[in-house]
Design a protein around this ligand. Structure first.
Ligand code: ARG
Length: 463
């Protein structure tokens, strides 16, 4: 078979340097756009036929040819030739090779500039739904885990210092909240990218009577773009998508960081399943949380993708420039990373148990009930600032007298610090009781956790 000729072969003389062929091609990574490219081409061809720019017979041939090509690619039968540069040229030249003249009409009123912009929007539209589904699955796993630990209390840390007692369920639900924002941020992103640039041509549009509305509608776009100059080089949606991915990665890395600490023997708060740990090649006793470390580490790559697209877009001359070909590399890489991290995080969450006995045994450390004692004083008429000072003094006194907890002080000692303290202070002084006593909306006690779990179960059912 003779080599299929390139559409611009009549314009450029000689053949392109092999080095340049390898350098300019994107087919090695943009072939994953093949389905959306074919779907987009079919919609474009249908519009061309409706506008009488091609005949019904030509449309039939084009559609059949494109579907065959799609099936061949899916089955791994399609031979990709990197001299074809990208998926758009590869599909088009295969079409011409298969159906002849009619294939040469497909690109009527179209440029790869509007074509690739449409493809990427279509691809991201689907990908966002996949990412959102994975977020929901992770949220469900977190809610299921939370349900097991509503009445179990753990220390919450601020500055990584013991702060206040919280329900383990509330701690887990804090990640469900973060992921809910990620989910809705993706919905916003999808909404904004769901407009069709097809018909913008290379930059100025077309002198042919294209029906852009029809193409947009048949591809399920909510609208079309309204300025061809902007449309061919707008990649804001890529930056937005990568920002969404970056925040997901940030949230996952925070969960990973917590759990890496919690598996350390110094904490001993959780045990993740052996299936998600590795050993050491040298130290026989090791059980390392490598999957969590990788979730944390892969965040770097996702942030890198965001920085890359922002840098590619910065100072780019108006309209399409080949720099934009690089967008896909970063979008695909971030998508792969985020999808695999979400899946891995879900698996880990499903196979983690909290060592509630060990956590409970350590609750007396760190004066977790100090804030509640200050609030006890507030209830007895002491201004909060003064109460804060009194309790601070009592904590210092405990430390001086080697008392592990405030409840170890005698009533006389309490009275010496503040006359308003009565015998009932001892009921306030226990972290689990403090946790149960939280009454503000959205607080981290078992009552609120129960309500939040009910809320999320309902909400995540629909999603
Ligand atoms: N492969 C190119 C990309 O991904 C397609 C558009 C090329 N357009 C052009 N005029 N060279 O951006």
């Amino acid at each position: 078979m003779t080599k299929p000729e390139k559409s611009w072969e009549k314009r450029l003389s000689g053949s392109i340097d092999d080095l340049a062929v390898g350098f300019v091609e994107s087919l090695s990574f943009d072939r994953r756009l093949y389905k959306v490219d074919i779907v987009g081409s079919i919609a474009h061809a249908e519009m061309l036929a409706a506008q009488k720019l091609i005949t019904q017979a030509e449309l039939t041939d084009i559609k059949k040819g494109l579907i065959d090509i799609g099936e061949d690619i899916a089955a791994g039968r399609f031979e990709f030739d990197l001299t074809q540069e990208d998926i758009h040229m590869a599909v088009e030249s295969a079409l011409v090779a298969r159906i002849g003249e009619a294939g040469k009409k497909l690109h009527t009123g179209r440029s790869r500039n509007d074509q690739v912009a449409a493809d990427l929007r279509l691809w991201l539209r689907d990908d966002i739904e996949i990412v959102q589904t994975r977020i929901t699955l992770l949220q469900r796993a977190l809610v299921r885990l939370a349900e097991k630990y509503i009445d179990d209390v753990m220390p919450a840390y601020t500055h990584l210092q013991r702060a206040q007692p919280v329900s383990i369920a509330s701690y887990l639900l804090s990640f469900v909240e973060m992921l809910a924002r990620d989910w809705s941020r993706l919905t916003d992103c999808r909404k904004r990218l769901n407009v069709c640039p097809l018909g913008s041509g290379a930059v100025g549009g077309s002198t042919l009577p294209l029906d852009r509305e029809k193409t947009a509608k048949s591809l399920g776009f909510a609208d079309m773009t309204y300025n061809s100059i902007d449309a061919v080089s707008d990649r804001d949606f890529c930056a937005e998508y990568l920002f969404c991915c970056s925040l997901i990665a940030a949230h996952l890395s925070r969960l990973a960081e917590d759990w890496i600490l919690y598996t350390a023997s110094e904490f001993g708060f959780i045990r993740t399943d052996d299936a998600y740990c590795t050993g050491s090649s040298m130290m026989p006793q090791k059980r390392n949380p490598d999957m969590l470390e990788l979730i944390r580490g892969k965040t770097g790559g996702v942030y890198g993708a965001l920085m890359a697209i922002l840098t590619i877009l910065k100072g780019l001359p108006s309209t399409y420039n080949r720099d934009l070909q690089e967008d896909k590399r970063h979008v695909f890489a971030a998508s792969d990373t985020i999808n695999s991290c979400l899946q891995m995080a879900e698996a880990i969450v499903r196979h983690t148990v909290f060592n509630t006995d060990r956590i409970a045994a350590g609750l007396d450390e760190g004066f977790l009930d100090a804030t509640a004692l200050a609030e006890y004083l507030v209830n007895r008429g002491i201004p909060f600032r003064q109460a804060h000072g009194i309790v601070g003094g009592l904590v210092a006194q405990c430390e001086q007298e080697n008392k592990a907890k405030l409840a170890d002080l005698t009533l006389d000692q309490f009275k010496a610090a503040c006359d308003n303290i009565e015998e009932d202070v001892y009921t306030t002084l226990n972290p689990a009781g403090v946790c149960r006593a939280y009454q503000t909306a959205g607080a981290a006690g078992p009552e609120a956790a129960k309500a939040q779990i009910a809320f999320w179960k309902e909400k995540l059912k629909e999603q």
